[in-house]
Design a protein around this ligand. Structure first.
Ligand SMILES: NC(=O)c1ccc[n+]([C@@H]2O[C@H](COP(=O)([O-])OP(=O)(O)OC[C@H]3O[C@@H](n4cnc5c(N)ncnc54)[C@H](O)[C@@H]3O)[C@@H](O)[C@H]2O)c1
Length: 254
């Protein structure tokens, strides 16, 4: 990879999981990273950890569901480093249960973060990239479950399918300004969310890793998603836009 020297990245949901791994990988490639997260604890822990490792990392507390918070994180990145080149719209929430039993609040919460929240971040970043005048790259985090049917996360899956559409539309909209927009579809990836949930249920993280959820008979690790996202955000992907990359160990294509 050619590296991300000089680049400034904004990552929503950067305090944990795939977002945190991406922040670390982008910082290793030379980017300055600004994280938006609604979990103050995770945000502080991650920013402190990355800065202690030599990264240039700024944490901003807020929600991707808020257009104002998305504007604020881009503004703070611009104030600190003078530009905005990369957006990773990664923040996402889960709700489980049949569509037939979903409440209004389930709909509002999941769509507000997983679909509108992605759009909020894209609009804010597009404005920052325009002001910066260097073009840019956005990577929208969807899910491999956007393209298959399953019963227990219908609103989440529908929102993630919407993210794929959003990425393609935005890619057309922003190509004239040299802003690329792509999406990734992770398969099952063992992140902080799953580890915490397993621990709360008395199961170990190792039991998650035993899941035969890909052609390699294992789930992904966050750094494997981070590598794919970082590639799409880098100049090595300069002719790649409006596309989606499955990072699911072949599971959903076979
Ligand atoms: N892990 C998987 O198996 C998997 C599979 C497919 C898709 N994804 C998607 O990848 C993304 C990251 O998932 P993860 O597994 O790393 O999750 P995670 O819960 O481990 O980390 C997500 C981070 O986002 C933050 N966040 C959530 N909602 C937010 C909001 N509204 N505003 C700001 N921050 C917010 C959380 O506080 C957390 O720090 C999500 O969009 C998820 O839907 C994950």
């Amino acid at each position: 990879m050619r590296g991300l020297a000089e680049k400034v990245a904004v990552i929503t949901g950067g305090g944990a999981g795939i977002g945190k791994a991406t922040a670390r990988r982008m910082a290793e490639e030379g980017a300055r990273v600004t994280l938006l997260d609604w979990s103050g604890d995770d945000l502080e822990r991650t920013a402190t950890e990355l800065n202690a490792q030599g990264a240039e990392c700024l944490g901003v507390h807020g929600s991707a569901a808020s257009p104002e918070d998305c504007e604020r994180v881009v503004q703070q990145a611009m104030e600190r480093w003078g530009r905005c080149d990369i957006l990773v719209a990664n923040a996402g929430v889960r709700r489980f249960g049949s569509l037939l039993e979903a409440t209004e609040e389930d709909w509002e919460h999941v769509l507000a973060v997983n679909l509108k929240g992605v759009a909020n971040a894209c609009v804010a970043a597009a404005n920052g990239m325009r002001l910066s005048g260097h073009g840019g790259a956005m990577v929208l985090v969807s899910s491999a479950n956007a393209i298959v049917g399953r019963a227990n996360m219908p609103i989440y899956d529908a929102a993630k399918a919407g993210v794929l559409s959003l990425a393609r539309s935005l890619a057309v909209d922003l190509a004239g300004e040299n802003i690329r927009v792509n999406s990734v579809c992770p398969g099952f990836t063992v992140t902080d969310y799953h580890v915490r949930r397993a621990e709360a249920e008395g199961r170990s993280a190792d039991s998650l890793r035993a899941s035969k959820s890909s052609l390699f008979d294992r789930p992904a690790e966050p750094h494997e998603l981070a590598a794919a996202i970082t590639f799409l955000a880098s100049n090595d992907a300069s002719f790649i836009t409006a596309t989606n990359l499955f990072v699911d160990g072949g599971r959903h294509s076979t």
